[in-house]
Design a protein around this ligand. Structure first.
Ligand SMILES: Cc1cc2nc3c(=O)[nH]c(=O)nc-3n(C[C@H](O)[C@H](O)[C@H](O)COP(=O)(O)O)c2cc1C
Ligand code: SF4
Ligand code: SF4
Length: 267
């Protein structure tokens, strides 16, 4: 069990851990006791994060706890205006430079995808980074072939596809030099959300590194339906998110109008 108890040499009985985790820390007046009698700890680490004395004893849970000045007041780190403008600047990149993305940056993106929140703190998601141009092309072609079978009767799609074929050598991925596939078993009702959040975390970090991305929904959809594509990509699962990554060859000058979505409950 990764949470082992409390170091009473450090504990000041502030009871903050109880508020974060009502069913595993028990208030015995003169001291707080850790007893996960219902075996319901989800390893979220809130007790470790909140303890002012770093008194929670635990086994290794991946990385060691650490801190930094901005953790206390994150709004001072990135105030709303900065955050909103950053989010508003992120578009789906459909034109990439030929430059490869260094492994070091791809690792940083995957690291961000790993820290996204998940329902019940499920940690079973996996990642596949694909940078081999031949494999990228093979997957892109397999997905597109399946897509074309569905829309062969649609002249507008076929016309658009013809233009894309002339423009890109791997049209499905807009010639991006890398894709990251995030996937998991699909056995949990929150899996699609968890993947969605992870991919979004990856996108945000990629753009903070000067990279561009597209969420490639066609690939996710076809991975759900075609075992051959799963085999080709060497992944296993039932829930998928696919992110194109590359250096953008496009600059956006302005934020275009985006129709507001309906809000209920506010004046
Ligand atoms: C899709 C999804 C559903 C969640 N549902 C609940 C919920 O119903 N109640 C709750 O207290 N926390 C919920 N959470 C929060 C997770 O338990 C939490 O993200 C996880 O334990 C990691 O902790 P953190 O978000 O503080 O990093 C949910 C998170 C996600 C992503
Ligand atoms: S890791 Fe989360 S669930 Fe487990 S004891 Fe700490 S606060 Fe509670
Ligand atoms: S939060 Fe830390 S110091 Fe406070 S009661 Fe819990 S273990 Fe003790």
């Amino acid at each position: 069990m990764p949470i082992l108890g409390i170091d009473y040499n450090k504990c000041i009985n502030c009871k903050k851990c109880i508020m974060q985790c009502t069913a595993k820390f028990w208030d015995e007046g003169d001291k707080v006791v850790f007893d996960d009698k219902y075996k319901s700890c989800i390893l979220c680490g809130h007790c470790i994060a909140v303890c002012p004395e770093d008194a929670i004893l635990h086994e290794k849970m991946g990385s060691e706890p650490y801190t930094y000045a901005e953790i206390i007041n994150p709004f001072e780190y990135i105030p709303y205006e900065k955050m909103f403008n950053f989010l508003n600047s992120i578009r789906s990149t459909r034109e990439y430079k030929k430059d490869k993305v260094p492994d070091e940056l791809l690792r940083k993106i995957v690291r961000a995808m790993q820290i996204g929140p998940t329902g019940s703190n499920m940690r079973d998601q996996k990642f596949k980074v694909i940078t081999d141009p031949e494999l990228l092309k093979a997957i892109g072609k397999a997905v597109l072939d399946e897509r074309l079978k569905l829309v062969a009767e649609d002249p507008a799609f076929m016309e658009r596809q013809k233009i894309a074929d002339e423009r890109y050598s791997n049209p499905l991925y807009h010639d991006a030099p890398a894709i990251i596939i995030m996937y998991c078993s699909g056995s949990n009702s929150m899996d699609h959300y968890n993947i969605g959040i992870g991919v979004t975390y990856g996108r945000l970090v990629a753009h903070s590194l000067g990279l561009g991305t597209v969420w490639n929904g066609y690939t996710s959809g076809m991975l759900e339906q075609h075992k051959e594509i799963i085999k080709l990509a060497e992944v296993r699962g039932k829930s998928w998110g696919v992110l194109e990554v590359g250096y953008p060859a496009v600059k956006y000058e302005r934020v275009p109008p985006r129709p507001e979505k309906k809000i209920n409950g506010l004046d």
